[in-house]
Design a protein around this ligand. Sequence first.
Ligand SMILES: [Zn+2]
Length: 220
Amino acid sequence: MRIVLVGPPGAGKGTQAAFLAQNLSIPHISTGDLFRANISKQTELGKLAKSYMDKGELVPDEVTIAMAKDRMEQPDAVNGFLLDGFPRNVSQAEALDEMLQHEDMKLDGVLDLEVPETEVVKRIAGRRICRNDSAHVFHVSYKAPKQEGVCDVCGGELYQRDDDSEETVRKRLEVYHTQTEPIIDYYKAQGLVVTISALGKVEEVTGRAMEALKREDDAA
Ligand SMILES: [Zn+2]
């Protein structure tokens, strides 16, 4: 199965992608991992990407597309993959279509994780991270520490990352609306989009997603 996962920041996309990929026995290909892998292995594409990032510039679509293509051609991706973070705009989506057509392949579905904007802001802006270990994550509403501002695990001080401030979240949502949401319409025109609610427990969302993908697969 070849799937693209889309959803706003705070939809739990990374977590869902990992579970779904495991359930479907296909690799989870995330743009973040692609960049990290290419940069740490110092591939030509990695060096190129880094040169833009070092200047504080956006990595051009061609570089991201080439990295994704390279990854999708690895042997573990022959039977499918789950893309997370790519494509992130219509021109990347068009490039992906071209790539797949060239190999006589097509996408099986585009899973759209839906979360109300107020919930996105609440989810992200409520996050608190431990200064001693960034894996100690709490949330003021959903996973409150026993004592406010103190890590349950190690007693460290909890803080809010700059990235998680309400202002930053609203900016990220704006970018999502203008750049990424149009790909949903692009894929709707191909009849590929299945929308599910990303509210509720992680395993509930995974269950919903698996069912929706199964229906999509049966219909195809
Ligand atoms: Zn801690």
